[in-house]
Design a binder for this molecule. Sequence first.
Ligand code: NAG
Ligand code: NAG
Ligand code: NAG
Ligand code: NAG
Ligand code: NAG
Ligand code: NAG
Length: 362
Amino acid sequence: FLHTEPVQILDILCLLLWCVLSPVVVVNVDGSLVQHPLTCLGSFNREEEGWRRDNDWIIWMMDEEEKKKGNSFLVNLEERTGGGIFTCHSLDKTLLKNTTVLVKHLDEEKRILEGSTRTGIQDVCFMKCSTRNYQGEFHCSWKFTPTRFGTVMFVKVARGLSDAENISCSVDASGQQWTCSSSSGQSDIMCSVNSSGLGVSCVDRQYCPYAEETDRITLTIYMRTNYLLEEYSKCFYISEIVKPDNLSIKKVNSSTIEWSYPVSWNRPISYFPLSFQVKEIEGRKCKNGCTCDSPYTEVRTTVHTTESSQWSVKAKVTVCVRAQDALCDSPWSDWTEYRSVPHSLVYCIQQNLSSRTPSCSM
Ligand SMILES: *[C@@H]1O[C@H](CO)[C@@H](O)[C@H](O)[C@H]1NC(C)=O
Ligand SMILES: *[C@@H]1O[C@H](CO)[C@@H](O)[C@H](O)[C@H]1NC(C)=O
Ligand SMILES: *[C@@H]1O[C@H](CO)[C@@H](O)[C@H](O)[C@H]1NC(C)=O
Ligand SMILES: *[C@@H]1O[C@H](CO)[C@@H](O)[C@H](O)[C@H]1NC(C)=O
Ligand SMILES: *[C@@H]1O[C@H](CO)[C@@H](O)[C@H](O)[C@H]1NC(C)=O
Ligand SMILES: *[C@@H]1O[C@H](CO)[C@@H](O)[C@H](O)[C@H]1NC(C)=O
């Protein structure tokens, strides 16, 4: 059960400058005891080998505690424990090498992010991804479990590439902005981990709004807490996650409203049509104030239309309107609410405007 094969991400982590003196080693653990060998100094040249054979002058330490003498050290990992920072020193305590060992459990159980693993390849419920339009941008967010807070160690993102193909990812000096591109140039996506650490904002720089997407985007986040590393991925088309922004509703006259396409939505709208849903909640059904999300069954009208954006409003009715891409079964926008005021009150407001005399009695 000796695992000597580090996971793929090690190579990519090694792009980071500190790799040589301070390597990060990720060891896969499957539940049984895994022993991972570390060496302090690389291969000795033959002449030196004789006097260095015992290597008694190398001291291994973990957490300030001396563990062993010699050039090699065997780290014991079991379940999710055993990871840490292992340093080796010469007798005068000079630091020779500083290795961080992270444990990655191969089971499906996740500990860092809130959610659940569905059977299958995707961690569907750990990350939520969404975009407001077909511009090639998207945002994914997550929540930490109450007892843990993770940091993003590595981001890998590509469209339509199998693992066998070459994707190279690099990170900028801030350590927060990742760029992954394929050697063929067919995938080029940049993601920034946001300052709260609760999401990434990405842009697909090869995206074309007018072409049908032939391949899905796969986003993989390596999340670390202490010395535990977990991998979360999500795979989607932009057209599956597009959720339009709120609509804006304006009043045409006392009995008519009009909504318009969100400013952020793609133009021309003939090429990117939205379908609208309207529901009306009678005022007396929600005396204590109700919102469009309230689970009222007394919905008077629900329509689907891509056509008319005008709607006649009856008095004392709350009108709720939302939108969805008319061509895909992607998420609905949030509701935009319009509360019609009683006609008498509308009359008052109009009077106020025209006469400027505060003569309204309700
Ligand atoms: C080893 O590296 C880790 C992570 O970079 C750092 O926190 C730690 O202080 C280093 N230890 C020594 C002894 O330099
Ligand atoms: C990946 O890159 C390596 C070296 O850059 C190259 O030898 C190999 O052929 C590439 N593999 C693919 C599938 O492109
Ligand atoms: C970071 O992303 C989270 C999740 O989407 C969001 O709630 C938060 O407002 C974002 N923070 C910043 C500073 O953008
Ligand atoms: C309000 O506007 C609509 C559409 O322009 C029109 O059909 C209707 O007659 C108007 N109603 C009033 C009271 O002005
Ligand atoms: C969308 O509208 C809802 C209700 O009208 C409101 O609560 C929400 O903040 C709006 N969202 C945005 C992004 O404007
Ligand atoms: C009409 O105007 C007066 C004073 O400008 C204000 O107090 C009153 O609330 C207004 N009425 C309505 C219905 O807006």
